[in-house]
Design a protein around this ligand. Structure first.
Ligand SMILES: [Zn+2]
Length: 189
């Protein structure tokens, strides 16, 4: 950041009094501009068809980053939203699917990119969804056809891998993992 969003003057990186790390501080109005991690929220939409087969809904990204790769519906939490509300909204925006009964499943710390990703298990009662401006393809996958090598992000891989491994008996206990630079290389394909 170069300029103060309050007054437009230039900012400098320095440690404010009583703080212990550098912040952007405005030289004119003295506003301290804190920068903190962003939350990404999403769902693992599960549909069970008439024959009892479990299917998970994935979207092919039509936008950068990771254009053309598959993802669980997820995106940045907005101000004024709860994490579950955000996950529900992102699922609709990216797939037009109306999921319900959201259950907290995975919290994934991505300290390297200053993000925390929260995934909910979700029930998709009707196999009803479409492409959207953000997704060029939306599709239900039997677990054995999940495109593991074409997944967009290590967080999506981790949440989905855990879910498929635990299905159908659980325990589906909410858990937290740290996603590191090594995570891509450690993926067990
Ligand atoms: Zn200022």
């Amino acid at each position: 950041m170069k300029f103060c969003s309050e007054c437009g003057e230039s900012v400098q990186l320095r440690i404010p009094e009583g703080d212990n790390r550098e912040r952007f501080v405005c030289g004119a109005c003295q506003t301290i501009h804190y920068q903190n991690p962003n939350a990404v929220v999403g769902t693992i939409p599960l549909h069970v068809d008439e024959s009892g087969q479990p299917l998970v809904l994935l979207a092919k990204r039509g936008i950068e980053p990771r254009h053309g790769y598959w993802t669980l519906p997820a995106g940045f939490l907005e101000n004024g939203e709860t994490s579950a509300e955000g996950a529900l909204r992102e699922t609709i925006e990216e797939t037009c699917a109306k999921v319900e009964n959201l259950q907290l499943y995975r919290v994934l710390n991505v300290a390297r990119t200053n993000q925390i990703h929260i995934f909910f298990r979700a029930h998709l009662p009707e196999p009803s969804f479409t492409t959207t401006p953000e997704s060029t393809e939306v599709k239900l996958f039997p677990f054995e056809q999940i495109p593991w090598r074409q997944l967009a992000f290590p967080t999506v891989h981790q949440a989905l891998r855990d879910f498929v491994d635990e299905y159908p008996d659980g325990p589906f206990t909410p858990a937290m993992h740290d996603i590191t630079r090594q995570s891509w290389h450690e993926l067990d394909y």
